[in-house]
Ligand binder design. Sequence first.
Ligand code: JHZ
Ligand code: SAH
Ligand code: ZN
Length: 404
Amino acid sequence: MPKCLVCNSNFNPFVNFGEMPIANNFANLNELISEYKFTMQVGFCESCYMVQLVEQPDRERMFHSNYAFYSSTSEYMKQHFQRFYTQIKEKQSLSSKSFVIEIGCNDGILLENFINENISCLGIEPSKNVADIAISKNINVINDFFDESLAKKIAGEFKKADAIMSANVICHIPYIHSIFSGVKLLLDQEGIFVFEDPYLGEVIEKNSFDQIYDEHVFLFSALSVSKICKMHGMELIDVEPQVTHGGSMRYFISHEGSKEISENVGKSIANEKSLGLHRNESFNSFGLNINKIKQDLVALLKKLKKQGKKIVAYGATSKSTTVTNYFGIGPELIECIFDTTPIKQNKFSPGVHIPILPYEGFHKSNPDYVLLFAWNHAKEIMSKEKSYMKDKKWITYIPEVKIT
Ligand code: JHZ
Ligand code: SAH
Ligand code: ZN
């Protein structure tokens, strides 16, 4: 039986996705001949309330100098991180004397806002290609994985941080205790640690099973995050839901006893308990819900194909690797995926090898149906494509299969 990464208790997996490739391994066909796969199973630990992968590939297989996800591809996300910046600046009364750290800064989408206002900052980013973009924006970046030992080195060179931030990163890191110890070491007595990740409550409510892939080793809730904080002499002081990435939660953490605790924390935990996010039984139907989406989507695509319809997809997301591989959707059903990210273009999708084509070709492709893999960006994308899509239809599958 697998052991919990947080509290070492035994737990049972509740869904087995079978063999899965690396979600962001968009590559040439010859590189995909002997593609790395791992058994992807997800489970719930009833002792500490953590939803987690049973097995995760080594970090170097996922995060390296050809990492395919560039944060700044969405205009909405740029605005989101500008608002994130403003919130932290106001909360911590940041000035040119302040110092902030971001764990997993990617291309600098958040830290560029601090640079523009002359607030000293440090980014930590192991994927060199995206780190280089942040560096080109004059951001000070350490090209390495954050953990306790790196934190010790940073502590020798920098002052304590007024804020440590992280978005869509902490849920990627299995050595979570090393992260919290490192943060504890670097955070000023009055500092705050603020991170956001896809929220377990939303994943269960929306059946957004495609948030589960190699990189996402944890799905957090206020219940699970407050437990980890306690293990490190820290405290969850506030939570704030976010609409990004299909429904996320931002967690505000401080040293124990240093700040007032918002009533939002107690309210969220009570709400999570009413949803049953503290009980094994609540996860039993998740697998069945996924299989319903699978049946409906595959049947729809097969029917449309039979009718001679042309179907393409939009957004070569990491999430789509779970969808295509678990559902068995390949180029026989989806002709290609259009995407704006240069590093993904003219490559093939992990596992099922659907061609990825430059976004520019989308408006010449003349499909009948477009499967929206980037469903979390639906608002931005659907409004951008409104006139082109007038006589065409979108297919979405979260929370259920739908044609619009
Ligand atoms: P998007 C990644 O997930 C991986 P993904 C990671 N594990 C994570 O947690 C989140 O990001 C933060 C393209 N696109 O954001 C760009 C267009 O082509 O849903 C991207 O390839 N046109 C770190 O990969 C993809 O779609 C557009 O107009 O699931 C979107 O990927 C827009 C807006 C996007 O993240
Ligand atoms: N914060 C950005 C990037 C998310 S992508 C956003 O929200 O858009 C996840 C990033 O985490 C990748 O760039 C990856 O290289 C980085 N990462 C993975 N493990 C890490 C670790 N141990 N320390 C710091 N960054 C890490
Ligand atoms: Zn546990």
